[in-house]
Design a protein around this ligand. Structure first.
Ligand code: NAP
Length: 517
């Protein structure tokens, strides 16, 4: 066994006793570490965060909170190379994949540090203008937003151990709440090092940061109406938490970021020799292979006009084939293994289910014949699989998120109305991307798909050089989607703070409201 990872609870590092879970290098299958939270006093951990961390955080101004978030961002930035190395070894990430996660965390923290600076010397937010409430103009009302007095519990998925932590913690800290964060155990090595750096930075007041490395024990049983839970992970786990007795009893505020069958639509106006077409091919291929397709925002379904779908298939196959798969530590490799053995089994099962509805035109769920620098038979590898289904209505394609390098290409008539119908069959997604230079097509599609999506990304030739692609979540913009995607909302600049704040209507004498608010 490798090192035993520790939790940071009650202001000190604690080695979990009892049974532990091994963490593997997904390329070599070597055990790198083990983690467990046996013996952790979860109730005590929550009470410490509430009792120490909450008063300390809420007493700071937004500017002061922003300053400490900035210090955390700087501390992580100073250890960026080390974090990238750990991410490559423990998550099957190429250097590019690792940067996506780690720079995403640093960038989001830095963004919220700036938001705090702009909000300045206040501790709470005012929502809207004062409202006159009676015949006497001296009776008025005002909406006030104050941080809850408990702890912000964050549960993260395996695929973004750094960004998942950073994007949630930045917002909670800025709102004025302490954070209790739990990474997915399988890829916790990065999160563990991040946690060490956060603690070593001494940027945060006592109690503002708790890190649980392993199972969450009975923590959720001790929540009250003043705590909140932000969860990212599978819809299956989300479903079990939605009916958690304590969450239900206390109406604990609960945000879910879950599965998503994100779609990409190629507009009927896009010629093969256009910049927009190149952008579409490049970005759709990247969505398939970046982090081996293990991104909540990755494109799963592609819709191309009937007249163009044949050549789109050929071009996509050529682009995907050019991606070298293998040991992510090797420079020319662009796609590594899946993160865990379980992930590999789940993705293979998903590929088998898709085979019932669609034809595998590239790959078959196997390792592929040309892995670069990989020990024989080792590692959780799967070569990219591109499916083709002539039936865009096939339910299998729209019903299951295969969380790996797997996409399905389908034809549509070229009409926005029809594209929208298929896209919306995903049942609510994080993001849909549309590649077109036709403003009318874009307008009609946006109007039809917006209610089913948290974000719509419009790719066109004029921004081809200016974007990181549809998969990149920007802190200024909302992240989350309706339905299958969990119904949650995160980030979006100031909007993200509202999750951690209670909106209270304060009514009374107008001059009194002006004075106290
Ligand atoms: P998962 O198995 O649902 O696990 C997610 C987290 O929940 C982990 O930290 C896990 O801890 C924890 N967990 C599991 N059972 C729990 C329980 N009963 N009570 C409390 N916590 C529990 O999901 P995953 O495999 O890590 O992540 C993949 C999924 O996440 C994909 O479906 C993907 O679409 C989704 N995802 C969504 C977003 C988004 O923003 N919408 C982002 C990333 C990923 P352990 O690891 O210790 O079991």
């Amino acid at each position: 066994m490798g090192q035993r990872l520790k939790s940071y609870v009650g202001g000190r590092w604690l080695e979990g006793g009892g049974a532990t879970t091994p963490l593997f290098n997904p390329t070599t299958e070597e055990v790198l570490a083990e983690a467990g939270t046996g013996g952790v006093d979860f109730q005590g951990a929550l009470e410490y965060a509430r009792g120490r961390g909450n008063p300390a955080m809420r007493s700071l101004t937004f500017a002061q909170r922003g300053e400490l978030i900035g210090k955390v961002a700087n501390a992580l930035h100073a250890r960026r190379e080390e974090l990238i190395e750990i991410s490559v070894a423990s998550g099957g990430n190429t250097r590019g994949d690792a940067k996506f996660d780690i720079d995403g965390a640093i960038g989001t923290l830095a963004h919220y540090a700036e938001v705090g600076k702009k909000l300045g010397d206040r501790r709470t937010l005012i929502d809207g203008a004062q409202e006159p409430l009676g015949r006497n103009p001296r009776f008025a009302g005002q909406h006030l937003l104050t941080p809850f007095s408990g702890a912000a519990v964050h549960i993260n998925a395996f695929n973004f151990p750094a960004w998942g932590f950073g994007e949630k913690a930045a917002v909670a800290w800025l709102a004025g709440m302490p954070v209790v964060t739990k990474p997915a155990t399988s890829t916790a090595l990065v999160a563990h090092r991040v946690a060490q750096i956060v603690v070593e930075s001494t940027a945060l007041p006592e109690g503002a940061f708790t890190f649980l490395c392993g199972g969450i024990g009975d923590l959720l049983r001790h929540l009250t109406c003043q705590d909140v839970v932000a969860f990212t992970g599978s819809s299956q786990t989300a479903r079990s938490l939605r009916v958690h007795e304590t969450l239900a009893r206390h109406a604990v505020r609960f945000n879910v970021e879950a599965d998503s069958l994100n779609a990409a639509v190629l507009g009927p106006d896009v010629d093969r020799d256009s910049k927009t077409y190149d952008m579409f091919l490049l970005e759709v291929t990247r969505e398939m292979t970046q982090k081996a397709g293990q991104k909540c925002t990755a494109v799963r379904r592609i819709f191309a006009p009937e007249a163009a779908v044949g050549r789109v298939k050929e071009d996509l196959i050529a682009q995907i084939k050019a991606v070298r798969v293998g040991n992510p530590a090797t420079k020319e490799v662009r796609m590594g293994p899946l993160a865990t053995k379980q992930q590999l089994a789940d993705v293979r099962a998903g590929v088998e289910r898709l085979k019932r509805a669609a034809e595998a035109t590239l790959g078959d769920g196997g390792r592929g014949a040309t892995l670069v620098d990989v020990p024989d038979g080792k590692g959780y590898f799967m070569a990219p699989v591109l499916f083709f289904s002539s039936n865009a209505a096939a339910p299998e394609v729209h019903d299951q998120e295969v969380f790996g390098p797997v996409q399905t290409l389908m034809p549509y008539s070229g009409r926005a109305e029809e594209a929208a119908r298929w896209v919306n069959l995903g049942g609510g997604s994080l993001v849909a991307s549309v590649y077109t230079d036709d403003k009318d097509f874009a307008q009609e599609l946006v109007a039809r798909i917006a209610p089913f999506h948290g974000r719509v990304y419009l790719g066109c030739d004029k921004i081809a050089d200016a974007t990181l692609g549809s998969g990149a979540v920007m802190p200024q913009m909302l992240h989350g989607g309706p339905g299958r995607a969990g119904g949650g909302q995160e980030l979006g600049g100031l909007r993200g703070l509202e999750f951690y704040l209670q909106r209270t209507a304060v009514q009374g004498l107008k001059p009194l409201l002006e004075k106290i608010l």
